[in-house]
Design a protein around this ligand. Sequence first.
Ligand code: PRP
Ligand code: URA
Length: 215
Amino acid sequence: MEDLSKLENVTILDHPLIQHKISRLRDKSTGTAEFRKLVNEIAMLMGYEALRDLETENVEIETPIEKTMAPVLAGKKQAVVPILRAGLGMTDGILSLLPAAKVGHIGLYRDEETHKPHAYYCKLPEPISLRTIIVTDPMLATGGSAIDAINFIKEKGGKKIKFMCIIAAPEGLKALCEAHPDIQIYVGHVDRQLNENAYICPGLGDAGDRIFGTK
Ligand code: PRP
Ligand code: URA
């Protein structure tokens, strides 16, 4: 398979702090409370890089010494859009960087037999077309859930879309790049492959179950 990290719209965030925390996530002895904390910390570290192209504008500010022009974030508030359930685990990490961002939700679950996503909810902040949209999901496996979620966002008018995942399978990353070449994709680590149940290997298991303590 081609080297997907060379694609212009894919950024692999290989910072040692992110990689260390991903290794803690993978460990099956990591319990729910630590897992949840790590997912948010990783999202925040990834967000710091993924948001470096946010636009700013200069405004006048009076320091205790004098007036000056200083940059602040410009334009409509951003939209953070977690893919339910597991994407919710990354939301607070991004909101700690962008406390005024709006939050949308897209509900999708994978059918256990077919591995195809089924949609059950979609609510996005308006006007979505004017916002930078940060879609979060810790796992990109076949890519079906991310592709459908981004289709929904585009149908509602979303344009400037960033997708952030902690672990991707090469198969899913390729599929997402092909389906949506116009979005920016940020990945913590690209793993080896999918298994016969479309789980990522070595992966971290079921992210939703590990975040919410189900199963
Ligand atoms: C997981 C994960 C992604 C999806 C990835 O969610 O959080 O949304 O699977 O798989 P794909 O790339 O093959 O579509 P799941 O469907 O298990 O739902 P959950 O978050 O509610 O547990
Ligand atoms: N969803 C998960 O949570 N983990 C995987 O490995 C694949 C899909």
